[in-house]
Design a binder for this molecule. Structure first.
Ligand SMILES: Cc1ncc(COP(=O)(O)O)c(C=O)c1O
Length: 403
């Protein structure tokens, strides 16, 4: 059934496990012996609602989400959340501090790459508060414009009682990621966050969700992720929202907050168990199958270990190729993403040769994002170690030919 498929190292939408796709094909025709395909069945049928609730349980168990947090499903992708988090958390801030003037309502953004920059610009555009850039990684790059590192902890300046504190855990375009454990020089600076407030910490986990455990998950107000990297097709957005962020947005609007469309309100989603409107039924189904597979294969730790091995293999090949003058890594040590490894292939026409040679060997999706060029190797969960080995072999051959 999977004949003719290539190795897809694309950054998203990206590869999904073959066995899941094969099972999904059956479900597309006949979902759980109902005689109705998954794309045709009512989202309020008992079979689908049971599946949705199982999917939620799987996420809760795999990521150890505490009962203080709700797991919600919606649409609109990461970009939709750039707006939603601002609107919901400004509404929360209005309810907590009704007398504050908007110019005194601050939203802290940590800017480490193209996606957090875009999210910060959306917060500015929406208004309703002042945007404070708590740290800007561009200051540390040679040209002052690129993103190639996580800023050092000394650099972060957070506001005392902001409406939100935003960061992007893995910058998919620039290949910059915070370290996977708390307390390292390149981990998120949890120790510097304001005290004496219930933290309004927001994290975009779009391209690293379910690839390894989330450090200090319980300290987050909102974690969001589009499904289309590690989990399923585009169209599904997953939210983990602390209960105090499920606020009455209409009450907040009466106090002067920006009115929030009901579809974007976290409380609306939570009150309706993510069934306020028709959810993306097929993406939920495929993501649910992927999560079942993850649980059956030993859970998040198994995937984290495999993802680390895949990352280390590519990094070794990259460093060996650098020594031969064939490649040039773009991200500083300690900040290199496990999921998206970016590098240049210096020399006239060499990049295209690299990409063409890879395509001839059945490896595609390796071109860097159009805004930055170069190569981007995306190593999401569905990329196997064998596929990684094939790419490593090719990278080594190409580097040897170059030197
Ligand atoms: C880290 C990150 N955030 C946000 C987005 C935007 O997601 P969407 O295209 O689902 O709106 C992406 C897309 O690739 C991403 O990688």
């Amino acid at each position: 059934m999977a004949e003719g498929r290539v190795h897809n190292f694309g950054a998203g939408p990206s590869a999904l496990p073959i066995d899941v796709l094969e099972e999904a094909t059956k479900g597309l025709l006949n979902f759980q012996e109902t005689g109705i395909g998954i794309a045709e069945i009512s989202h309020r049928s008992k079979e689908f609602t049971a599946f949705l609730s199982e999917t939620e349980d799987q996420i809760r168990t795999l990521l150890r989400v505490p009962p203080t947090h709700k797991i919600l499903f919606t649409q609109g992708g990461g970009s939709g959340q750039f707006s939603s988090v601002v609107l919901n958390l400004l509404a929360r801030h209005h309810l907590l501090h009704p007398d504050l003037k908007n110019e005194d309502r601050v939203m802290d953004y940590v800017v480490t790459g193209s996606w957090s920059k875009k999210a910060m610009e959306e917060a500015k555009r929406l208004g309703g508060g002042r945007v404070n850039i708590a740290a800007d990684a561009r200051r540390y790059s040679q040209d002052g414009k690129s993103f190639d590192t996580v800023p050092p902890h000394d650099d972060y300046i957070f506001s005392a009682d902001p409406a939100l504190i935003y960061y992007c855990e893995n910058e998919t375009v620039d290949g910059v990621q915070f370290a996977g454990e708390a307390g390292l020089p390149t981990s998120f600076p949890f120790a510097k966050l304001p005290e004496n407030t219930i933290l309004p910490l927001v994290a975009d986990y779009s391209s690293s969700f379910m690839s390894r455990p989330i450090p200090r998950l319980a300290d987050h107000a909102v974690i969001f992720a589009g499904a289309q990297k590690n989990l399923g097709p585009a169209g599904l957005t997953i939210l983990i929202v602390r209960q105090d962020c499920l606020v009455d947005v209409d009450a907040a609007a009466k106090l002067g907050a920006i009115p929030v469309p009901l579809m974007l309100s976290y409380k609306t989603l939570a009150d309706s168990n993510s069934l306020y409107n028709t959810p993306p039924v097929l993406p939920v189904y495929i993501a649910g199958l992927v999560l079942r597979k993850m649980s059956a294969e030993g859970g998040l730790q198994t995937y984290a270990q495999s993802n680390r091995r895949k990352f280390e293999k590519i990094i070794t090949a990259l460093k060996e190729g650098e020594a031969k003058g064939a490649y040039k890594g773009k991200v500083k040590e300690g900040s290199v993403s496990w999921m998206n490894i970016v590098f240049d292939v210096p020399g006239e026409g060499r990049l295209q040769q690299f990409l063409d040679g890879a395509a001839q060997r059945g490896m595609k999706g390796l071109a860097g994002h159009r805004s930055v060029g170069g190569v981007r190797v995306s190593l999401y969960n569905a990329i196997t170690e064998e596929e990684t080995d094939q790419l490593v072999q090719y990278m080594n051959e190409f580097a040897t030919k170059t030197s």
